[in-house]
Design a protein around this ligand. Structure first.
Ligand code: AMP
Ligand code: MG
Length: 417
């Protein structure tokens, strides 16, 4: 494939410079809404959250066994305590407790104030309503103290946290049901191209199916975003302009694919310049060089390239961080892995390349990566088989077998044996 970078009249923006420009132009959404906890997964907390009740809410047993008072322990010989009742989880024993008495108790059941210890049922013998304790019985065991996880009124989660499954469980445990979250980021997507056909129609000569919107819909299926899909817009400058102006009126971000390059049917950059501002166009990235970023009114605009792999790569490295910043979540760094290349990889200077790779790990935990196959920006099969990107910096001029390379995991990818 010919790389046209050498034909650029000025140096292209590096990926890091492009990310910095995008991030600098974005401020997070301010508006908030209240949601029920069950609808809060993946949303961004708008305010700090404090415990409405302590967790655990009361002193309780960590075991099925017998609750007693440590003052009744006789360390000189085995001792016997009388069972005066049962404390069940959800059905506490509310009677008096006196010296020489104990309670049958189950995991999670309230431990009365007067008692401070639980012995596991496997460690005692029971007969005739009495429990025989051994002289080695330890005090204060198997008790979960009130508030030992979270104290009443204490800070549970800080604003800007993106709520995880674990966070939902934590918030439920401290009685928080209504959550103030930042509003969703409104994203409009559409594909451009006269050759695009929808999946419910047969392909006529010269047509291809529109795969980009399926990729984008998947990449955007996140509780942080509210997505409107406008379908396909033809390579018609007037139609494209009208679609962009309309979409910009009620969204935070527009993401289009196709028509961002220099061909005679590529209108996106010109139209952006006409009805908004171009922040930059073209980046030193492969795949994905022709990428127009700017604004139409208050709406951010990403004109991604047409080739499907370029769409996926540029979305993940440039659009997604922008959307995350807009959504107002805390900035998190991606895990990076260094792996030994099992493939020889060709590369010329000039662009940062994202090659589709297959990452493996040996029994010592060492990482190895090989090319996932053909690397053209239209080749979706190797994209589908890859579990990582091999990231080769601008200056890199190729990789030999055995060289160390940077690898980024793809979207929840797993490693197969
Ligand atoms: P363009 O950037 O419009 O010149 O498109 C570059 C290449 O990507 C061309 O081969 C297009 O046919 C292809 N392409 C553009 N849009 C899509 C799409 N939505 N789905 C699949 N391929 C596309
Ligand atoms: Mg096109």
């Amino acid at each position: 494939m010919i790389d046209f970078c050498s034909q650029e009249t000025k140096p292209l923006l590096s990926v890091d410079e492009a990310i910095a420009k995008i991030q600098a132009s974005i401020t997070s959404v301010k508006e908030q809404e209240i949601v029920d906890l069950k609808n809060a997964l993946g949303r961004v907390l708008a305010e700090d959250v404090y415990a409405k009740v302590p967790s655990p809410p009361y002193k309780n047993s960590a075991m099925d066994g017998y609750a007693f008072c440590s003052q009744d322990i006789n360390s000189a010989q085995d001792f016997c305590l009388k069972i005066v009742g049962t404390s069940w989880a959800g059905r506490p024993y509310l009677g008096e407790m006196n010296s020489g008495e104990c309670l049958r108790i189950f995991t999670g059941a309230l431990v009365p104030k007067a008692l401070d210890s639980v012995v596991m049922q496997e460690q005692v013998t029971v007969s005739d309503n009495h429990v025989q304790f051994s002289l080695t019985t330890q005090p204060y065991q198997n008790i979960r103290q009130q508030g030992e996880d979270v104290a009443l009124g204490s800070l549970v989660l800080e604003a800007n946290k993106v709520l995880s499954v674990m966070d939902l469980a934590l918030l439920a445990s401290v009685g928080v049901n209504k959550i103030s979250v930042k509003r969703k980021v409104k994203v409009v997507i559409f594909s451009t191209g006269d050759e695009l056909q929808s999946l419910d129609q047969p392909l006529a000569c010269g047509q291809i199916y529109d795969s980009n919107r399926y990729a984008l819909q998947g990449l955007l299926s996140n509780p942080l975003y509210a997505v409107i899909d406008l379908g396909v817009v033809a390579d018609d400058p007037l139609l494209l302009e009208a679609s962009l102006i309309k979409a910009a009126q009620n969204s935070d971000v527009i993401v289009t694919t196709g028509g961002a390059s220099v061909g005679d049917a590529d209108y996106i950059k010109e139209i952006l310049a006409k009805c908004g501002q171009v922040n930059f166009w073209k980046i030193a990235i492969k795949p994905g060089k022709p990428l127009a970023f700017g604004k139409i009114g208050d709406c951010h605009f990403f004109g991604l390239p047409g080739n499907p792999v370029a769409v996926i790569v540029t979305f993940q490295y440039l659009v997604e961080p922008a959307l995350k910043k807009l959504a107002g979540g805390e900035a998190l760094k991606k895990l990076q892995i260094i792996a030994t290349s099992l493939s020889t990889l060709k590369k010329s200077k000039g662009r940062q390349e994202y090659l589709r790779g297959i990452l493996t790990q040996n029994s010592d935990g060492e990482f190895f990566v090989s090319s996932a196959g053909k690397q053209g920006s239209n080749i979706l099969k190797s994209m589908s088989q890859a579990n990582c990107y091999i990231v080769l910096p601008i200056e890199c001029q190729g990789v030999n077998e055995g060289d160390k390379v940077r690898v980024d995991l793809i979207l929840g990818a797993c490693i197969t044996d």
